[in-house]
Design a protein. Structure first.
Length: 94
């Protein structure tokens, strides 16, 4: 019997939005890359984590730069990253 993957795209977006609103919270949650089912969300999470650890903050431009360094620039557009950064967790569930 095949096991079905369960995920919530809105929840993933809300989490990433929360990390943009409070970048240091990425250090206090128990999440890892594999907790994100959608690849571009996983890559954004990785980039946010790198930015916070290296620079102490994460903004859309810095995150997009890290995504490019990881080889995913064409897979994650800046408009999506900006959308996540401007929509808080509350806005994601309107």
């Amino acid at each position: 019997m095949e096991q079905q993957q369960l995920f919530d795209a809105d929840l993933e977006k809300a989490m990433l939005g929360a990390f943009f609103a409070n970048p240091n919270s990425v250090k206090t949650v128990s999440l890892c890359d594999d907790d994100f089912f959608i690849n571009r969300n996983r890559w954004i999470f990785q980039a946010i984590t790198i930015c916070v650890n290296d620079a102490g903050y994460a903004d859309p431009i810095l995150v997009q730069s890290e995504i490019g360094k990881a080889g995913h620039k064409n897979d994650v557009d800046l408009a999506y990253v900006l959308e996540l950064a401007t929509n808080t967790a509350i806005n994601s569930y309107k």
